[in-house]
Design a protein around this ligand. Structure first.
Ligand code: NAD
Length: 496
């Protein structure tokens, strides 16, 4: 190996046997089963992850309950000060946090910096809790001399279960709002890349959050089920694949919990004949191949409307072919590996099946080799002449594979979007205000881009999702999150 990973600035090369963060300290899990966590670019094992048991989950819940009363009674402004402290610590360790994300998840350093920035933004927004949590009142609201008011109150212990693709950011869609409103939080990160949340908890500890208010419990399916079944956990925030989101939603709801559960995606990008193609192409490429296609907002199907298609196919494939693939800690790399060897095999299997079903492989990433690295790489891939019934057109691939459709008009393109069981994101590229307006009002997708390929809501807006891309009603981030993590209490007052 010429370019050994050690030559690039990793934070640590090994994180050892991970511990849970419970009751304000690090605690070995009771778990007897462990998983190996690998760096997707090098294939090296960088940590061992305990599969925490029911008792481990219960220990975190009991510590949370011990800390809850004092935390909920703390004035919102004082709770907010913990978030100001955390924000400063995250800024100080910004590069380290970003580099651990690259090392454990595989995205590029620039993409990781973007992820950590989004996490910090959620801390900044949640620090405004004294304003965000205000209720409202109406003098004489219930009759002459009878006033009525509503206030928002925390419920107790919440848990957050997150996917591998944004190992830091997705937890931050939820927990700053849950904790700022006066609840306690138990984070269960993905077992495939838990190291970044380990570093986050070190900062949470240094920011002075009281014992039990924020916990970290490692694990996989059985740990999740212990969370869903625990009688003292009042609600669950989940993000992952649709199949698991559906299971989590129904199991937690059956136990009387509040649930918000984001699922998978199959996002469509529509290029109209009047789009400015030269500007559109780089935007399309970053949507389809950013984070190696492992983004829930990634473009997966590109629809060329009318005469634009031939030109689009050529320019898009040329731009995709020019991407530099490698270990994301190298600042010049533009696309990293996928998360695991099993996932690489799954993505390659999709390309094989697409070809068998009649798609034309215009750009083939199946046999890419990256000099010096034995990780899980798949090169950018473009499939043309894809038809709606093909598996590559219907299923979420979650890899660097774009399928090109040709469409006669906007009507057909909108149908392509609305017939999908998913509804996470949809984009139109056009110069026509009329077509853009028609598109935004008709597509059934929760995050819509007009000449924007990754329509990622900022922290002060909810992160949308419809159909099988979201189960529940109140979404992550912002005012939706405040409502999800609080109960309304109405008080009617008369002083005779
Ligand atoms: P996943 O569903 O495999 O895992 C997500 C979480 O669920 C993990 O913490 C995992 O430990 C747990 N889990 C896995 N199987 C389980 C089971 N059978 N029972 C209980 N818990 C289980 O998802 P992933 O592969 O980590 O992440 C990728 C998926 O997440 C993609 O489908 C992607 O579209 C989706 N995603 C959606 C959004 C969104 O906002 N809708 C955002 C990011 C990712």
């Amino acid at each position: 190996m010429v370019r050994a990973a050690a030559l690039l600035p990793e934070v640590k090369s090994h994180y050892g046997d991970l511990k849970n963060y419970v009751g304000g300290g690090w605690r070995a899990a009771e778990a007897t089963d462990w998983l190996e966590d690998t760096n997707p670019a090098t294939g090296h094992v960088i940590a061992r992850v305990p599969l925490s048991t029911k008792d481990d989950v219960d220990a975190a819940v009991q510590e949370a309950l011990r800390g809850w009363d004092a935390w909920r009674r703390m004035p919102p402004l004082d709770r907010a000060r913990h978030f100001f402290a955390l924000r400063d610590l995250m800024e100080q360790r910004f590069e380290d946090l970003s580099r651990v994300v690259v090392q454990d998840m595989g995205k590029t350093i620039e993409e990781a910096r973007g992820e950590v920035r989004r996490a910090i933004e959620n801390v900044e927004v949640a620090a405004g809790i004294p304003s965000l949590m205000m209720g409202y009142n109406l003098a004489d609201g219930a009759g002459a001399g009878i006033d009525e008011e509503v206030s928002y109150e925390p419920l107790g212990v919440f848990a957050g279960i997150s996917p591998f693709n944004f190992p830091v950011m997705v937890q931050f869609w939820f927990w700053p709002y849950a904790v700022a409103t006066g609840n306690c939080w138990i984070a269960k990160p993905s077992e495939r890349d838990p190291a970044p949340m380990q570093l986050v908890m070190e900062l949470v500890q240094r920011a002075g959050f009281p014992a039990g208010v924020v916990s970290l419990v490692h694990g996989a399916k059985d740990t999740v089920n212990a969370i869903l079944d625990h009688p003292e956990i009042r609600g669950v925030s989940f993000v992952g694949s649709s199949a698991v989101a559906r299971l989590v939603y129904s199991r937690a709801a059956a136990k009387g919990k509040r649930v918000q559960a984001g699922g998978g995606a199959k996002n469509v990008l529509v290029v109209m004949p009047d789009a400015k193609l030269d500007k559109v192409v780089s935007n399309l490429v970053s949507s389809c191949y950013g984070c190696a296609g492992e983004r829930c907002l990634a473009g997966s199907i590109v629809v060329g409307v009318g005469e634009v298609h031939a030109d689009l196919r050529r320019k898009f494939s040329d731009a995709a072919a020019a991407l530099k693939v490698g270990y994301g800690l190298d600042e010049t790399v533009q696309m990293g590996p996928v998360i695991s060897s099993a996932h690489r095999d799954r993505v390659v299997g999709f390309i094989d099946r697409g070809e068998e079903e009649g798609a034309k492989v215009v750009l083939d990433g199946r046999s890419i080799r990256v000099a010096g690295y034995d990780g899980y790489f798949v090169g950018p891939t473009v499939l043309d002449a894809v038809r709606p019934e093909m598996s590559v057109a219907r299923k979420e691939i979650f890899g660097p594979v774009a399928s090109l459709f040709e469409s006669e008009g906007l009507e057909e393109a909108v149908e392509t979007i609305n017939r999908s069981p998913y509804g996470n994101a949809a984009t139109i590229y056009t110069s026509s205000g009329k077509d853009a307006r028609d598109f935004r009002s008709r597509v059934r997708a929760g995050n819509v881009g007009i000449n924007v390929g990754v329509a990622a809501p900022m922290a002060y807006f909810p992160f949308g999702g419809m159909k099988d891309s979201f189960f529940g009603d109140l979404h992550p981030q912002s005012r939706d999150a405040i409502r999800f993590f609080t109960d309304s209490k109405v008080v009617i007052t008369r002083w005779p």
